[in-house]
Design a protein. Structure first.
Length: 118
């Protein structure tokens, strides 16, 4: 059974940076597409980034393109989300997710809160 544990959230001023981590246990992350999502209070969950296991293809949500970077460290079995030029609208609970096949994300972490102040 795959388990995902996020860390690295916190309070940062606008324009600052944070790096989120998602530690994967139970299976190697090589077998999974890995993604980051976020959800702000009163809003729908939003796609942030994906790192596909096949070919290492990467995609980003429009609102974070050019500011966020997803990466993975196979030796540490960990996925990262580097967030630069943070804005107040980036404030949300950030979740790591994993899936092997299809479009349904089957494994989720507990989330880590990111708050960006003006």
């Amino acid at each position: 059974q795959v388990q995902l544990v996020e860390s690295g959230g916190g309070l940062v001023q606008a324009g600052g940076s944070l790096r989120l981590s998602c530690a994967v246990s139970g299976r190697t992350l090589r077998k999974y597409d890995m993604g980051w999502f976020r959800q702000a209070p009163g809003k729908d969950r939003e796609f942030v980034a994906i790192f596909r296991r096949s070919g290492g293809h990467i995609d980003y949500g429009n609102s974070v393109q050019g500011r966020f970077t997803i990466s993975r460290d196979y030796a540490k079995n960990t996925v990262y989300l580097r967030m630069n030029d943070l804005r107040p609208e980036d404030t949300a609970n950030y979740y790591c997710a994993a899936k092997q096949y299809g479009s349904v994300w089957t494994h989720w972490g507990q989330g880590t809160q990111v708050t960006v102040s003006t």
